[in-house]
Design a protein around this ligand. Sequence first.
Ligand code: PMP
Length: 548
Amino acid sequence: MANWADSIARRAISEMKVYSARGATTSALHLDANESPWTPPPSDASVTDYNRYPEQQPPALGERLAGLYGVAAKNIMMGRGSDEAIDTLVRTFCEAGVDSILTCPPTFGYFQTAADVQGVKTLEVPLNGIFGWDIDGILETIHSKAPKIVFLCSPNNPTGGSLTQEQVVGICESSKYTLVVVDEAYVEFSSFGSLNTLRLQYRNLVILRTLSKAYALAGVRMGVCIADTDVIRLLLKVLPPYPVARPIEKAVMKALAPATMSVHARRIAIWRSERTRLFGALHNSPFVERVYPSDANFLLMKISNIDGLLSRLAQFNVKIRDFGSKLPGLFRLSVGTPDENDIALAAFKVAHAPTSGERTGEFFRTTNETDIAVHVNIDNPETTQIDTGIGFFDHMLEQISKHGGMGLSLTCKGDLEIDGHHTIEDTALAFGSALKRALGDRTGIGRYGFVMPMDETQAKIAIDLSGRPSFTFKGEFPTDHVGEFAAEMCPHFFQSLSQTLGASIQIDVEGENTHHMIEACFKGVGRALRPALARDGEDIPSTKGVLS
Ligand code: PMP
């Protein structure tokens, strides 16, 4: 007796044998897959495996993505974007000329395209006038027409709204012979969490996730289908033998390195606040009749003067998505960086739009010794989140960010089992590089910063953000460590910082307690950085006219 998933799959798929692709590369002499015994040119130590077929589902990547989404690796299928998951679901479960899928337009167009390619009918239960789901209509169509798959998109593209958990439960309960696929391509931007937790109760629930949006990997092509193991087993029969190329696996693992997660979170926070800013500001555009609330990284708008808007967009060289062929007057704007959004608002003729104009910089660095991600915002001290694994050092970095008046998200996973040297040095280099990026061409900055003695410890610090590195340090620490932090790493940190930031840093510290002396250096550099980073006007503060 076929199990539940086989009983709803296409019979041909249920009955066919798995194509036996080449499995994992082992220590054996591999003369089994007609591969080249030579690696491709140019010879590069990092691509020694490019001449070998990858596994259909590379296990290390599977573990990483399962961890990211909080599911077991056996419950996921990886493919070339969630597009491939959609296509594979339709080809696995829908018999050409017999079966149907259900969609709720306006929604993501590829659901229907995948059905058209397979020769499968698309039943439509449109969203209502305020772009909510017609749940009764969906249930009625499931009962009367028994579609094999219901494709729901939450948050929905292009309307931006989300389904509630109760709505999805109701649909899952309506028929156990219908797969309920919830495409969560934009769920990272939403305040509602993923519905994946419902999967344990409803085996017909399938969740789609993508790395194309929140994780910035649209060009790499990686998406995940999360489902019951029997559904996954069938999908893997239909998925081509090698959909995850080796360079793709490397790129995804790099972009999801543990240290990067704080920066991804920071970006999502920026995306959300920019969405709120755009939502408020676009109401003031003479072209905009209505902006629809959105849980995603885009906003749908009803436009009144379409020709006028199109000519402004052309003038500002801004492209947005026109749904006019199916939805007259509706346009979708993706949320960009704060600077990009300022340009979009100017194109929309939003008078007095609040400009963000915040100076931010990111830097990522991965070596055999450390894995570091930094996000710095010189103009907004709201977020500080630091984790280097060295408590005292975290405390010192907080001093710089607090006294420098900047936001700092910094994660470093270093080889602390050896000692703190690489962690401290590489953090300084990465922090300096991120600050340098945030400063851009250094327009309008104060450039110089000074601080005077502090408490019983005297730390005199002078800074010049000249663009050129130089460093001097005067001071003798009474002890060689504070906790696991070696005192000698204090000057080394600032020397490394001056190198990548392009700054002259002079420190002269006197005191009797090493903890106080180091803290005074970090606080003092933060204090000195504050006026040096502060922006006032448009001048480059140099008689040369350039700081580099
Ligand atoms: N689902 C939705 C709702 C989308 O909007 C998109 C892409 N625009 C996709 C899936 C496809 O994403 P991927 O890049 O993972 O194929």
